[in-house]
Design a protein around this ligand. Sequence first.
Ligand SMILES: [Zn+2]
Length: 136
Amino acid sequence: MKNKAQSLVKMYTATGEFLGVFIPPELWGQIKAPVQEAVERLTPPQAVKEPLADLELLKQHWDFQYPVDTDVQCKICGAETPDWAADDPRKFLLKAASLGGLVSYECQTCKARVKKMHFKREICVECVPCPAKACK
Ligand SMILES: [Zn+2]
């Protein structure tokens, strides 16, 4: 026979709505690992959303005097790629793209922001360290 320390306790509101289950610490210590595995299996991490539609719009209206560029370099940590979208896992995540030509990426190594400003004849690149690191 189970004692109270080994039993799950279902919890309800005053109106009878099921809230969830309380797991006593003694029992949690025994079932923690398989429960966490089950939760991870049932709730896969959501894919990171990148503003790819904004980038596509920029490509469709591309009127710069050079082809669409795919290379990204981080001047902060030295990470680089010839084609950011082809990397698996990604070295850089697209964070923003505007019709004006500003495209920014987040370096996955040091979290710096790499901003590529597309002008008519040239691309200017600016790297800004992660705000949390800049404060150290
Ligand atoms: Zn970096």
